[in-house]
Design a protein around this ligand. Structure first.
Ligand code: ADP
Length: 524
């Protein structure tokens, strides 16, 4: 195991002295990867288990903690402060006090703090990635990718903060001048999920801080350690106490405190549709601005004219990234009749090559699912599909590694009425559906209440445009399965959410417009 990790890490061109030390030590004494990594993180000050309020690391006021487990082994990684409404109220009031000073800094001054934070995230990339793999389960290579991706939002918004522009409008009355200012909205409550423990935070906190807002973040209780380590680096970057607070523990208490507070002006959330709807309803009382990134049900449409290698590679990436646990993962693979058999054979062969195991091991591309509920959901949806005529082509059950490992699975004969086509499976199960015409594909793809990401594979340019325009989705990948980037707007339509994250549009979510009318301009 130690040798394998050594190779994984050394595979990259740049390795820190720590990773070399860690690997040598593991090889010489055969110690357990997670214990070594955890003790190193503790020594480096990045293993934080308390909440961050007004620049101080704080225990829960009643001393309660909850366990964070490694989903690959079940071992307890840390006991973390279990906070609730009292801590959240204090975090909100610290953010509110800091808003007056943080929002008055120039964009250039705020930018420097964010840039420093970005540099520190990159400097600690390997530590953060190991921590992420330990608590979330994704393979180390994917975790390293997420650190870069997550950090990129901080870099991007450090730059973009300098490009917040207002407007001057031609007046309708000669002695008036009309202006539009864009000002930060105020304190932001950010609630994030476990599948991207860093990126979902930075995608919200980056633009919020860049625009002059202050933030209270609630990371998922499954993955608070990456969030807390990143927060320590924010402190080291000099981001002022109170501008960035973190609480976690009792999700509904924390959420309700944010909703009830008139000081919180905006809620930004990534997670399940059910919780998103609750937060939207709860925001009505104080009329908060809301942005939501909720569940998807991504169609991945392979047309007869697709280039087979590109379609297989793209569908594989869109489906099996993070073991199928992303809201933009392909949930239904629609394949046109003429290419169905050829695609299915090549796709199954590619899925067979995916290696399941502990994400710290070399060559692993599929880690465990986050918890037992996720495995049971996959089982329920697969069983429903089988009972209605679907067939298992590969996998179809728990992996013999035990824990929450599930076999990479391909089902055929799936139709759009089965539960697996209606709900997000959020696991490594690829259902294949066949269709006859382009119109059929569009109709089936749009027959869902979700509208986040969609993918199409075709070599026809006119078809690319036609189908992209007809798809009721916020994002479309053409001949590409991985489309997320900090420079493009991420978000959905229909019940997949409101608002966009990343890109220059992502700043709009944290800014209010103020119209100013200057009257009685007199000639000199
Ligand atoms: P998932 O099923 O992906 O975990 P959730 O919507 O349950 O999605 O979780 C996403 C985030 O929402 C997590 O940080 C979770 O703790 C938080 N959360 C869950 N329930 C509530 C709630 N009632 N109020 C506020 N946040 C919540």
């Amino acid at each position: 195991m130690a040798t394998a990790l050594y190779r994984v890490i050394l595979h990259g061109s740049k390795t820190s002295s720590y990773t070399r030390f860690l690997c040598r030590r593991m090889m010489s004494v055969g110690s357990v990867v997670s214990e070594d990594a955890i003790s190193r993180l503790r020594d480096s000050g990045l293993l934080k288990t308390q909440g961050l309020i007004n620049g101080d690391w704080i225990d829960a006021y009643d001393g309660k903690t909850f366990e964070v487990q490694n989903p690959a082994t079940g071992s307890v990684l840390a006991n973390v402060a279990c906070m609730g409404n009292r801590e959240t109220a204090d975090a909100i009031s610290s953010a509110s006090k800091t808003f007056s000073s943080w929002s008055k800094l120039t964009a250039g001054e705020r930018s420097k703090y964010l840039r420093k934070w970005y540099d520190l995230l990159i400097d600690h990339k390997e530590d953060l990635a190991i921590l992420m793999t330990l608590e979330q389960g994704k393979p180390l290579k994917e975790a390293l990718g997420e650190i870069s991706y997550g950090a990129s939002f901080i870099e991007f918004f450090a730059e973009e903060s300098k490009r917040i522009y207002g407007d001057i409008i031609s007046p309708t009355i000669a002695d008036r001048r009309l202006f539009v200012l864009r000002q930060p909205i105020g304190v932001v409550g950010a609630i994030t999920p476990w599948n991207f423990p860093l990126a979902m935070i930075t995608r919200k906190v980056g633009p919020a801080l860049a625009s002059g807002c202050t933030v209270v973040v609630k990371p998922s209780e499954f993955t608070p350690l990456t969030a807390l380590a990143a927060s320590e680096l924010a402190l080291q970057a000099g981001i002022p106490a109170g501008a960035f607070n973190v609480v976690m523990g009792n999700a509904s208490e924390i959420g309700d405190s944010m909703l009830e507070s008139p000081q919180v002006k905006k809620i930004t959330f990534t997670g399940s549709t059910a919780v998103g709807k609750k937060l939207m309803a709860g925001s009505a009382n104080t009329v908060k601005k809301v942005s939501l990134e909720l569940g998807g049900n991504a169609p991945c449409i392979v047309f007869d004219d697709a280039e087979i290698d590109i379609a297989v590679k793209g569908s594989l990436a869109a489906k099996f990234r993070n073991s199928g646990q992303t809201c933009v993962c392909a949930n239904r693979i629609l394949v046109q009749e003429g290419i169905y058999e050829k695609f299915a054979n090549a796709f199954i062969k590619a899925v067979q090559d995916l290696k399941v195991g502990n994400g710290l091991m070399e060559g692993i591309s599929q880690g465990p699912l986050i918890n037992e509920n996720s495995v049971q959901k996959a089982e329920r949806l697969v069983n429903d599909a089988l009972s209605k005529g679907a067939k298992v082509m590969l996998g179809g059950k728990r992996h013999n590694l035990g824990m929450t490992f599930y076999e990479p699975t391909v089902l055929c004969n799936v139709d759009n009425d089965m539960l697996i086509s209606r709900e997000e499976v959020f696991g490594p199960v690829a259902p294949l559906l066949s269709f006859k015409t382009e119109e059929d594909a569009i109709r089936i793809a749009n027959d869902t209440s979700a509208g986040l990401a969609a993918y199409i594979f075709t070599t026809s340019m006119p078809r690319s445009w036609r189908v992209s325009e007809a798809l009721e989705y916020g994002m479309v990948g053409i001949n590409e399965g991985i489309i997320s980037t900090e420079v493009a707007p991420f978000g959905g339509v229909k019940q997949s959410g409101l608002g966009r994250e990343g890109s220059r549009y992502g700043l709009d979510e944290y800014l209010e417009m103020k119209y100013i009318c200057l009257g009685n301009i007199k000639d000199a």
